[in-house]
Structure formats: C-alpha cells, structure tokens
Ligand binder design. Structure first.
Ligand SMILES: NC(=O)c1ccc[n+]([C@@H]2O[C@H](COP(=O)([O-])OP(=O)(O)OC[C@H]3O[C@@H](n4cnc5c(N)ncnc54)[C@H](OP(=O)(O)O)[C@@H]3O)[C@@H](O)[C@H]2O)c1
Length: 291
C-alpha cells in the first residue's frame, strides 16, 4: 500500500518531535514522515529517539517557517511530490507586561506562529487541491480560544490562527481536504525554555508600574504551578493527533484534555458579552491559590 506522506514543522523538540517519532515508528508502516526543523544542528535528539531505524519512514529536512525559500526548498525535497498530511506545529511564546515588548519580538512571534503557519499551508495548498485529498493539522492552544494576561501577543497569534483555519476549512471541504486544530493546554516540552519571557529583574520590567509588577509576579507563580501540576506529556498530545489523522471524517477542533475545553471555553460561549470570562480568568490567575 502507498504510504501517506506527512510533513511536520518544528520537529527539533516537543510535540513535533514526538509526533514524528510516533508516525515514523508506526508498526503498519503507513506513514512516510518528513520531519522538518529550522536548525538541522538540532537533529540529534530526533535521531536518538528513532535509534537509526526507520530509514524508509523518516526523513529530516531543514525548514524555517519564516523563510519562504526554505519552505519551498523543503517541498522540493519531498520525493513523492505530494503531501497527504501537513502538520503546522512550529511555534513559540512571548510573555510579560505589554509595555516591555519590543516591536521586533512582537513581529517575530507573529511571523512564526501566524504567518509561518499560513505560509506553510500556502506552499502545499495547490498540490492538495489538485489531489482533491489531504489533511491539514495545526497545533492550537487554549491561548487561541480565550485570553491570558501577559500573553497578549501569543494569544493574538493563536486567535488569528483559529480565524485563518476556520475560514479555510469552509472552502477546503469542497476539495475533500480536512482541517483540524489540536487545542492544547500546558504540555511538558521545551516551550517554557524557548519562551521569550520578561523576568522580574529585567531593567525594562523594573520600570513598569508596581501594580502591574505585582500582578505579573502572581501570574508567573500561577503559570509555574499549572505547568508543574497539570501539564500533559507529549505522548498524550500525539494520541489526539492520531485520533484526528485516523478518523474517516475528522473534526475541526480536538481538545487534548477536559481542562482545555470546559469550563472556560464553555463560559465564553454561554456568555458572549465576555464579562463573566474576564472575571473568572482574573480570579483563577491572580487569586494566588495553587492549581
Ligand atoms: N507546550 C505547551 O504548553 C503548548 C501549549 C499549547 C500550544 N503549544 C503549541 O505547540 C506547538 C509546539 O510547541 P512545543 O510545546 O512542542 O514547544 P517546543 O518544544 O519549544 O517546540 C517548538 C518547535 O517550534 C520550532 N520553531 C520555532 N521557530 C521556528 C521557525 N521559525 N521555523 C521552524 N520551526 C520553528 C522550534 O525549533 P527550535 O528548536 O529551532 O527553536 C521547535 O522545534 C507550538 O505551536 C506551541 O504554540 C504548546
């Protein structure tokens, strides 16, 4: 049987790496995986996980989602000249009081999370339309479903992805192409290491007003506690990806756990004026109670 060709972005660590390993190791050898990463100097981790096996099911390619030429070069190197399953996973975070964010760091997160995802989809869209089949999956976030303080730019990028994907899904169903967002809460990955985070002792942060600083401190505490107590492992996320990939009629949204969807997303939907959600989130993150 012909293998399904999968291309994944952001495979140097975290969710992308785990998904690439899982699909390339599938006992049925259903998938040929192109695991892409912007810096091939980081490929050892992925190679260690597959232990030199999977020569026929895994290939590692360079791809920076902010660099159109690098996306086109990676596309060119797909031997099968088609991608059946495209996983737009590359992304990063930016955290801190809005006043301290530089234009460059704000541009960068939008370039990676939003335009990087859109550019990647653009590059493979015509091919999928011509095949009249395919599945595009995007790693979404609770930060794309409801606002989080001190994450304005991250949430803006992930909210925007929701809009772009939902819009595209309406068209793509006419081409037999499925679109799925895998909505994650906190996950144990390198995300926090790679996160651009304003530290309380940074000079720029020290200039922020005292009330914001004290709320930021509470938020950081809350965030640590959430990651310590409620973060999922990448294997849990990969299972949800597999459910979506293997479904004969995939849903548009998948939630990786019950904490991700209700109650906050439901509260937002039930009370569209937003007042209740804003109060509830404020209480959750600033109350100082352990999660
Ligand atoms: N971890 C969480 O709590 C969480 C929660 C919700 C959603 N997510 C989403 O999950 C996705 C994967 O993140 P993760 O948790 O697995 O974190 P991660 O371990 O930091 O992985 C992020 C991946 O994106 C890559 N990347 C960053 N900029 C890139 C670029 N310009 N071009 C190509 N790749 C680039 C990173 O490559 P480098 O190693 O080269 O930086 C890395 O491979 C992201 O979209 C993130 O927003 C994560």
């Amino acid at each position: 049987m012909e293998k399904k060709v999968v291309l994944i972005t952001g495979c140097s660590s975290g969710i992308g790496l785990s998904l690439a390993v899982r699909l390339a190791s599938d006992p049925t050898k259903t998938f040929k995986v192109y695991a892409t990463m912007r810096n091939l100097g980081k490929k050892e981790r992925l190679l260690e996980c597959v232990k030199g096996l999977h020569r026929d099911t895994l290939e590692i390619l360079q791809m920076d989602v902010t660099d159109q030429q690098s996306i086109l070069d990676a596309k060119e190197r797909v031997v099968e000249k088609r991608v059946d399953i495209l996983v737009c996973n590359a992304g990063l975070g930016l955290m801190g009081p809005l006043e301290v964010q530089s234009l460059n760091s704000m541009r960068h997160i939008l370039e990676v999370n939003l335009l990087g995802t859109i550019q990647t989809i653009q590059a493979f869209l015509a091919g999928m339309k011509a095949q009249e089949q395919g599945h595009i999956l995007v790693t979404g976030s609770t930060g794309g479903l409801h606002g989080l303080p001190f994450n304005e730019l991250y949430c803006a990028s992930k909210f925007a992805i929701e809009g772009a994907c939902e819009s595209l899904a309406i068209l793509l169903q006419h081409f037999n192409i499925n679109m799925s967002l895998i909505e994650c809460g906190p996950v144990n990955t390198d995300f926090l290491v790679n996160l651009q985070k304003a530290e309380l002792e940074d000079m720029s942060v020290e200039q922020v007003d005292g009330k914001t600083l004290s709320l930021y401190e509470k938020y950081l505490h809350h965030c640590n506690s959430v990651f310590q107590n409620a973060a999922q492992d990448t294997e849990d996320i990969v299972k949800v990806f597999l459910t979506a990939i293997q479904s004969p009629s995939p849903a548009f949204r998948y939630f990786t756990n019950s904490v991700v969807e209700p109650p906050l997303t439901k509260l937002k939907a039930a009370q569209p004026d937003g007042v209740q959600y804003i109060k509830a989130m404020s209480e959750i993150v600033f109350s100082g109670e352990e999660q």
